[in-house]
Design a protein around this ligand. Sequence first.
Ligand SMILES: [Zn+2]
Length: 102
Amino acid sequence: MREQTRDMDRGGDRGDRGMDRMGDKDNVGFRTRGRRRGCSFCSDDAEPIDYKDPQGLRYFVTERGKIVPRRISGVCAKHQRSVQLAIKRARTIALLPFTTND
Ligand SMILES: [Zn+2]
């Protein structure tokens, strides 16, 4: 008899979880959180893309050596192409890694 009442109490607690709150709102926030549009190379005082400058290119390469996609870096199509080219050149002269071995 006592156990039965216990079970009923548990059932009542189910609706109290805060999970529902986290769902949709968090996803929306994550989408808008990223960098604002605006290619860093299109601004006037931007440094030119140089394949001999691995420090400048580091930003556009992930830790594992992959080129960061445009939708993340926020670079315009034109400059993404030159960034890509610069990274590939830098790789062949061993300034940037093709991959990293973990
Ligand atoms: Zn640009």
